[in-house]
Design a protein around this ligand. Structure first.
Ligand code: PGA
Length: 255
């Protein structure tokens, strides 16, 4: 079963409109559609419409870094997934570790956001990962398994096929210290077998699993060569065109 390769840039709270425009137009110019490759950009919310317009004649997809657990109503400061879809986005990140850590997002909220994203025709890219303390204590597999089980136990089976996961060990995010390709593949294997345990073999084999955490041109090819790593979620290195383009080009090592 061949899953598509996804290379995604999470811009976080970076880039002003002119910088975002330059980066996006260069990406559009330099990347023709390739079979089985998907590129996704996750800009800040006020830039979404601009980036959707700039990518409209390309195969580059756009997603939001966050979306509300509700579609409308008195939720000051939140953004409706229905609106995000309406302006042309196809994805939303859900439960990024920075949202869990700095904005105290709970498993319960993450389940609601996942459900609402799907109701609004957005593909939720659910971020999971363990802290350094959890990794060092040795029970990190349990932590990841609980994050996965909380999703599958609380959403209807009909939407299992619509989920994408990004495994991002928190100790590797923005630290320059990436998981080795062996560590990442071991975890991806574990994640896929956990998904199988909570759903079934068919779902597990079709679900895209991305790796994130200090991805750079130096490690992207080796990560992508691993059987269970279907793509990369790139933070810092997605802000620099020359670095992000090299990471996109390492897609060829997947073949
Ligand atoms: P990083 O961020 O590549 O800067 O480590 C990844 C992420 O948080 O998605």
């Amino acid at each position: 079963m061949q899953r598509k390769t996804i290379i995604a840039g999470n811009w976080k709270m970076n880039l002003l409109p002119a910088q975002a425009k330059e980066l996006t137009t260069t990406l559009v110019k330099n990347n023709q559609k390739k079979e089985n490759l998907e590129i996704i950009l996750f800009p800040q919310l006020p830039l979404l419409e601009q980036i959707v317009t700039l990518t409209s004649d390309s195969f580059i997809q756009v997603g939001s870094q966050n979306s509300s657990h509700q579609n409308e109503g008195a939720f000051t400061g939140d953004t409706s997934p229905r609106l995000i879809h309406k302006i042309g986005c196809t994805y939303t990140l859900v439960g990024h570790s920075e949202r869990r850590q700095f904005f105290k997002e709970t498993e319960d909220l993450i389940i609601q956001k996942t459900q609402k994203a799907i109701d609004s025709n957005l593909i939720p890219m659910i971020c999971i990962g363990e802290t350094l303390q959890e990794r060092e204590s040795g029970n990190f597999q349990e932590v990841i398994k609980n994050q996965i089980s909380s999703i599958y136990k609380n959403i209807p089976e009909t939407i299992y096929q619509s989920l994408v996961f990004a495994y991002e060990p928190i100790w590797a995010i923005g630290t320059g210290k990436s998981a080795s390709s062996k560590e990442a593949e071991d975890m991806h294997q574990f994640i896929r077998s956990s998904i199988q345990a909570f759903s079934n073999e068919n779902i597990a084999s079709k679900t895209s699993l991305l790796y994130g955490g200090s991805v750079k041109p130096e490690n992207s090819s080796e990560l992508l060569q691993q059987n269970n790593i279907d793509g990369l979620l790139v933070g810092g290195a997605s802000l620099k065109i020359e670095l992000f383009q090299k990471i996109i080009d390492s897609y060829s090592s997947k073949r």
